[in-house]
Design a protein around this ligand. Structure first.
Ligand SMILES: Cc1cc2nc3c(=O)[nH]c(=O)nc-3n(C[C@H](O)[C@H](O)[C@H](O)COP(=O)(O)OP(=O)(O)OC[C@H]3O[C@@H](n4cnc5c(N)ncnc54)[C@H](O)[C@@H]3O)c2cc1C
Length: 456
């Protein structure tokens, strides 16, 4: 009689190309467990929109496991303790899991390995982030050489099939009820916009990939245009591990094309971000570059500006459309994320951590590596080159990337304003839409002055 095998799930909520499931299913009866550990990540506890996603993703995986003759066990508490407890109850000594790189998950893996045999597998990235080394045998800090080194090792390994059936053990441990976790918002339920925008779960991730396969050839031309559906919208599926990057790569790589190569580069950014948090585990809280603490504003006026940004009321249509898209759908177009983040940090001189925290709570794809690496890159505080003095002009960006329809969709006060006035409407066309919190030229001079003064 083979002993039961535990599969510990985290951000890898899929059955296909899931090496932990694959190995466990070959070794014996399988018990799959997900633990909701609200304390483990401290300030990086799963945010509101991401909890909504998690609920639906667990529901979907649970249904898929039922179909295979198994069951998803849900527990709440300290992750390492709960997984060890489930293993004891099932009479198992081996736990299989995909390796995760957030500092709290690495600690939990070490803690769990003290009480069970923990088998860790790679599977959520194109390559494990600690594999690539420079000529000097150090990890990469800069994106371009990292990307070249990774491309030289592509394609990733072939995806693994989903198990055809999963044999449950004789005594299945008890499970919490998902609804009791209250991951969904209530009083008020603000999730209507998210539900209208997203399909969650492994099958939905593959449907999205199939749809994207028909459009990826245009990616180089369309990716920066927020009014068009020109990017894959795979980010929450990839973040929650409903699909693996190896599956995405093998489905889309048809031997070249500008669309595919540009898209592959974005997938590599995702690996690059993990490579950074492995080197700088506190990257989500700590700037990599000094010399900014005196640049950020604080006090009541800065607090008002932060709230105007969060609510999409800065008077800059492209910024506000992005912030409202975020609130409504749990996602924001990448070009607009850059414009909105740059606006907070440079036009309003507010510490990037305030912006990263708001994104963390509002994004369904909120990801410790991707969020902090992108915020620090925009701010100039990151490991890469210092971008602080490259101040994006939101109104020019809006025009250049033809954001008119996008603004009309998310800023209904401006629904009747036509191009090109929509990018910077004159006062008489704004109606109830607010004036700019600060003029672009004034903001630019203030930012450059604050940066200069701080450096002196
Ligand atoms: C300030 C800021 C914060 C961000 N926070 C997050 C975050 O928390 N989670 C997140 O997944 N992405 C984040 N991004 C990166 C990027 O905006 C999103 O990944 C992208 O918009 C998701 O849409 P998509 O799936 O259509 O992307 P596509 O353009 O179709 O790209 C394909 C995939 O590549 C990855 N990717 C694309 N761009 C980046 C990037 N710049 N960095 C890392 N990975 C990338 C994503 O997994 C994405 O799904 C952030 C960007 C900025 C500027």
């Amino acid at each position: 009689m083979t002993s039961p095998q535990i599969v510990w799930l985290r951000r890898d909520l899929r059955l296909a190309d899931q090496p932990a499931f694959h190995a466990a299913a070959q070794a014996g009866p399988v018990v799959a467990v997900y633990v909701l550990d609200d304390g483990i990540a401290g300030r990086n506890a799963i945010g509101g929109a991401a909890r909504w996603w998690l609920h639906h993703s667990l529901e979907s995986l649970s249904r898929d496991l039922d179909r295979l003759g198994s069951r998803l066990i849900l527990r709440r508490g300290r992750a390492a303790d709960q997984v060890a407890q489930v293993a004891r109850e099932a009479g198992a000594t081996t736990v299989h899991a995909i390796r995760h790189y957030e500092p709290w998950w690495r600690d939990a893996e070490n803690a769990l390995a003290e009480s069970v045999e923990l088998m860790l597998y790679d599977g959520n990235y194109l390559l494990p982030p600690d594999v690539l080394r420079t000529g000097a045998e150090t990890p990469y800090k800069i994106f371009t050489p990292f990307s070249k080194a990774l491309l030289a090792k592509m394609p990733p390994r072939e995806p693994l099939p989903a198990p055809g059936s999963l044999q449950p053990p004789g005594n299945l441990p008890a499970s919490d009820n998902l609804a009791d976790w209250r991951l969904l918002p209530s009083h008020p339920d603000w999730s209507g916009g998210l539900a209208a925008f997203w399909q969650v779960g492994e099958a939905a991730a593959h449907a999205q990939l199939e749809d994207w396969a028909d459009r990826v050839d245009d990616y180089a031309e369309t990716r920066n245009l927020p009014s068009e559906d020109g990017s894959s919208r795979l980010s929450p599926h990839l973040h929650w591990g409903e699909i693996s990057p190896a599956q995405v790569w093998h489905r889309l790589d048809r031997g070249g094309g500008a669309g595919w190569s540009t898209f592959a580069r974005e997938l590599i950014w995702r690996d690059y971000a993990q490579n950074i948090i492995v080197q700088f585990p506190r990257h989500g809280e700590q700037s990599c570059r000094d010399g900014f603490s005196g640049v950020w504003r604080s006090g009541a006026a800065a607090g008002d500006d932060l709230r105007a940004w969060q609510r999409g009321m800065t008077g800059y249509p492209i910024v506000d459309a992005g912030m409202r898209q975020l609130w409504q759908t749990g996602w924001m177009h990448n070009r607009v994320r850059m414009v909105a983040a740059s606006f907070l940090v440079k036009h309003l001189l507010i510490d990037w951590r305030e912006g990263a925290r708001w994104f963390w709570d509002c994004l369904v794809d909120a990801d410790y590596g991707n969020n902090s690496v992108n915020w620090q890159w925009i701010s100039g505080t990151g490991v890469d080159s210092n971008m602080f003095v490259r101040i994006m002009a939101p109104l020019t960006q809006s025009e250049k990337f033809r954001a008119g329809d996008y603004i009309r969709e998310f800023v209904p006060e401006l629904a009747d304003v036509r191009d090109p006035l929509i990018h910077d409407p004159p006062d008489e066309m704004r109606g109830s839409y607010p004036p700019k919190v600060i003029g672009h030229r004034e903001a630019r001079e203030r930012a450059l002055g604050a940066y200069r003064d701080q450096k002196d």
